[in-house]
Ligand binder design. Structure first.
Ligand code: GLU
Ligand code: ZN
Length: 312
């Protein structure tokens, strides 16, 4: 059995990875989206991102979509998803129906993984997190990816079919990693994107996908990762302008690479400022007092929130 073919297959048409919600070709309006993960209640940072997307969509004469990023079947909960709708409606936002839910799209992600695998762009990795940590601990100064995870040391990059069968016999599941060095050889020239700024000219930026090393594109528990699902779904929903937090700025390098490899359209990007608490720390779902429902319970109004966020 051949582990990798590394031949350029004729890429199936783009529509293969699209969803039913894609607008007709004749509709040239910009498309923006808010894509929360229902792993907790929305906080002020989410409100900022959602309100900003909604406002820009209105200003641009565009569409505003919502996408529920619930691939984390352990952490995503129906009550959090219900709270997303309730909190956004309370803020005065409306969005197009039907709402896309990533948990319903695993077959589409699997198809993308198969396409990448057919070109030798991904490989199965049987390592546990602990094993990777142990291996890199012996190499002081080993680099981390932008999420703070050690870059994958490549242990499984060239496993034979026999090696793989052995791991499976031991009951191990495989994640799927991109072969970053090989992927970069499949790209013509430099990948980049157009980044829009507040009150300044947009600029063409270069992607630095190497920051991520052999990133996981298919997890052990689900046939996708955040990075893969987001590029497939932004394309499927026809998103033209991706407006999201600065914390995802580096992810865009990997997203652009995946878009090129999967022959998906190139969106524009705007990475907005992140809200911080009084101590200058990034807001997170764990700071309960900041959740929109908590604020609402304390009598804060949507106008108060918009004013505080500078979006009134
Ligand atoms: N689901 C991601 C989050 O909650 C956002 C994804 C994106 O905007 O690309 O942080
Ligand atoms: Zn491995």
């Amino acid at each position: 059995m051949q582990h990798k073919t590394r031949q350029n297959e004729t890429a199936p048409a783009r529509q293969d990875l699209s969803g039913a919600t894609q607008s007709p070709v004749s509709d040239t309006r910009p498309v923006l989206r808010f894509a929360p993960s229902p792993n907790g209640y929305l906080h002020l940072g989410h409100a900022y991102s959602a309100l900003l997307n909604h406002r820009l969509a209105q200003e641009m004469g565009g569409r505003f979509l919502l996408r529920i990023e619930d691939i984390d079947t352990q952490r995503a909960r129906p009550e959090y998803e219900a709270a997303v709708y309730e909190d956004l409606a309370w803020l005065g936002l409306s969005w197009e129906e039907p709402v896309m839910r990533q948990s319903e799209r695993f077959a589409v992600y699997e198809l993308a993984l198969e396409r990448l695998a057919a070109r030798g762009l991904i490989y199965p990795c049987y390592c546990t997190r602990g094993e990777i940590a142990e291996r890199v601990a012996q190499r002081p100064g080993w680099p981390c990816d932008p999420d703070g995870q050690p870059l994958y040391p490549g242990t499984c990059r060239n496993l034979s079919a026999e090696d793989q069968a052995q791991w499976r016999a031991l009951g191990r599941y495989a994640a799927r990693r991109i072969d970053m060095a090989f992927a970069n050889t499949c790209i013509d020239g430099q990948i980049g994107w157009r980044e829009f700024y507040d009150g300044a000219e947009s600029r063409e930026l270069y992607a630095e996908s190497g920051l991520w090393g052999d990133a996981i594109v298919g997890r052990k528990d689900v046939p996708t990762s955040y990075h893969l699902a987001v590029v497939i779904d932004d394309a499927a929903q026809g998103v033209t302008d991706i407006v999201r937090g600065q914390d995802l700025f580096n992810a865009t390098s990997l997203h652009r690479l995946l878009q090129v490899l999967l022959d998906l359209p190139e969106p524009h990007y705007h990475h907005h400022r992140l809200l911080t608490d009084d101590d200058g720390r990034k807001l997170s779902k764990s700071i309960k007092s900041m959740s929109l429902r908590q604020l609402r319970a304390e009598g804060v109004t949507p106008s108060d929130i918009k004013r505080q966020l500078g979006l009134l």
